[in-house]
Design a protein around this ligand. Structure first.
Ligand code: NAD
Length: 291
């Protein structure tokens, strides 16, 4: 484990499925973490692991040079930045680790400059990766600002530089469009194979030794779908948000993603037919039960 006491105070805002284990790792690694979430339950979980729990986002951010955001979407990120902006120190760096919208991220960085910098650093690897410090962290920003977060990020996972501000958020959304499309077609294939009479575990083993493998066949199906737990910790609504960011990006650059647009429609159908808080892996069950 790294020694982060020298990094100074870190504010961590957004202590949900991902933020809680990530902030806990930073505390364990020796960082002074001032944490905030609108939910008191989340704040008290962080107090128990040694973070300083704050009553407002501004209180958490006021003493920090580094401010991590792990929030649901760009609307909430912008709202929180509005709240903390007046108290941010000169030279502070906001690290948006949420899966936000790349163009809004660029605009936010421009609004904060030059007093405050912003890098986007969304992640892949899920709740298990967050707990184990094995996230892939896709970073967009100025090289000198990225260098400021290397030690901190090494506690959470592996940093991959995507490009300038917004590039991390763009790649994250595109990654999730791929991931969601794989999961959908894998679930169709698994359902068809099972209805033909093939054993699902045998099928996964064969896919995983063949060219049809993906994160869906290697991780999601064996760990959350086949056991029937559907508890990956990543909400279907958040996946659909990311897919829409990716297809909008493709439209913005003049290359509409036809398969991606269809995937968004299918996932939106599933979202309409499942509870609002459904885990994203529940699309597999939905597909198997849909006529
Ligand atoms: P989550 O819904 O579990 O957590 C979000 C947290 O933000 C909640 O605790 C909520 O109370 C808090 N929050 C909402 N509004 C707030 C505000 N105004 N001020 C302070 N706190 C506020 O979501 P999550 O699964 O932890 O995901 C967080 C981000 O990471 C999302 O952008 C998501 O798309 C992304 N992500 C999630 C996963 C995953 O596997 N869960 C993986 C990669 C990326």
């Amino acid at each position: 484990m790294h020694e982060l006491a020298a990094s100074g105070t870190v504010a961590f805002i957004g202590l949900g499925a991902m933020g809680t284990p990530m902030a806990a790792r930073l505390v364990e690694a020796g960082a002074r973490v001032r944490a905030y979430d609108v939910a008191e339950k989340a704040r008290s979980a962080l107090r128990q692991v040694g973070a300083e729990s704050c009553a407002t986002a501004a209180e958490a951010a006021s003493e920090a040079q580094l401010v991590i955001l792990m929030l649901p979407n760009s609307d909430i990120v912008e709202n929180v930045v509005e709240q903390i902006h007046p108290v941010l120190q000169d030279g502070a760096l906001v690290i948006d680790m949420s899966s936000s919208e790349p163009l809004r991220t660029r605009a936010l960085a421009e609004r904060l400059a030059p007093k405050v910098s912003l890098v986007d650093a969304p992640v892949s690897g899920g709740v298990v990766g967050a707990r184990n410090g094995q996230l892939t962290i896709m970073v967009g920003g100025e090289p000198d600002q990225i260098d400021r977060i290397r030690d901190l990020m090494s506690v959470l996972g592996t940093l991959k530089v995507a490009g300038g501000v917004g590039a991390g958020h763009a790649v994250k959304a595109l990654n999730n469009l791929l991931s969601a499309t794989h999961l959908w077609v894998t679930s169709e294939a698994m359902t068809a194979g099972q209805q033909f009479g093939v054993d699902p575990e045998a099928m996964l083993e064969i896919f995983n030794g063949s060219s049809g493998r993906s994160g869906s066949t290697e991780n999601k199906w064996p760990n959350f779908i086949l056991p029937g737990t559907y508890n990956s910790g990543f909400a279907l609504a958040l996946m659909l948000k990311d897919m829409r960011i990716a297809t909008e990006l493709a439209r913005d650059v003049g290359l509409p993603s036809r398969l991606g647009e269809t995937a968004v429609e299918r996932w939106a159908d599933a979202a309409a037919g499942l509870p609002a808080n459904a885990d994203h892996t529940e699309v597999a069950r939905w597909i198997s039960e849909s006529p």
